[in-house]
Design a protein around this ligand. Structure first.
Ligand code: IPE
Ligand code: IPE
Ligand code: MG
Length: 251
């Protein structure tokens, strides 16, 4: 523990206030504000994305050490294709570098899973995704779901299509098309629903992130742009979460 505290000094005393027995099991992060971060510094947007990619490495490791089993990070939405080609290309290039950086992820006990519609991604990226999945598959620490070409609606549609195909083939009774059946077919499969969604950069919306899994999530918003987000901010989000009263419709 002391090595951990020393390593993440920025989180400092705050970290000692976290109740390790009441941690969220699944935290979602909308990594937003990279462009504005870069603009403020007179840098190209791609520099903001690059800085943001470093931050998710730090935060995942930190969350893993804290004992949070699942993180889902929103890296590229099904709507982000609307951006200029130049920016999309830069994001895809960065993704490739991130996936290839096995040294970075090698020493950690983090399992990486890419979620989203992979059919629109290049063969090169798909090959790296397979390689990273294979490389980290036996890891038992935190699982990082990296959402790429991910859309919450798209995810629900593909789950329902899958079930309809089964029904059509006669292997599923329509009465079995239940909430549980959908939960098992969204990309996060058997992972618990997301407990806490963190969105920096001042935007107060979901932007098509984890629609199915967020029915009873807690939300934590902040004006900080993602590249400035620190382990201290993450710790503050966890502490605030631990002070919420989650009733799930009960009393
Ligand atoms: C988030 O940062 C990264 C992606 C959506 C890929 P943005 O690029 O949306 O940054 P802002 O919101 O324009 O500042
Ligand atoms: C959401 O951010 C998607 C990701 C962070 C990957 P956007 O910047 O795309 O969201 P909007 O357009 O502001 O809603
Ligand atoms: Mg944005």
């Amino acid at each position: 523990m002391s090595r951990f505290l020393n390593r993440f000094r920025r989180a400092g005393k705050l970290l000692t206030e976290v109740d390790p027995n009441r941690l969220p099991k699944h935290v979602g992060i909308i990594m937003d504000g990279n462009g504005r971060w870069a603009k403020k510094r007179g840098l190209p947007r791609s520099a903001g994305h690059r800085a943001g990619a470093q931050v998710i490495k730090t935060i995942t490791e930190f969350a893993g050490n804290m004992g949070i089993p699942y993180i889902t990070a929103y890296a590229f939405s099904t709507e982000n294709w609307k951006r200029p080609k130049e920016e999309v290309d830069a994001l895809m290039q960065l993704l490739l570098e991130y996936l290839r950086d096995k040294e970075q992820i090698a020493g950690r006990d983090i399992k990486i899973r890419i979620i989203g519609d992979r059919s629109a991604l290049s063969d090169e990226i798909n090959a790296e995704i397979d390689a990273v999945h294979e490389y980290t598959k036996d890891r038992t620490g935190t699982t990082l779901y990296m959402a790429i070409n991910y859309g919450g609606r798209q995810e629900i549609v593909q789950a329902v299509q899958d079930l309809c195909r089964k029904a059509q083939a006669g292997s599923l009774n329509p009465d079995e098309l239940t909430e549980d059946a959908i939960s098992e077919r969204v990309y996060t499969e058997h992972v618990p629903d997301v407990d806490l969604i963190i969105r920096p950069s001042g935007e107060l919306r979901l932007s098509n992130f984890l629609l199915w899994q967020s029915a009873y999530s807690e939300f934590w918003f902040s004006d900080i742009n993602w590249p400035d987000f620190t382990t201290r901010d993450f710790t503050q989000a966890i502490l605030d979460y631990q002070n919420r009263d989650r009733r799930f419709g009960g009393r």
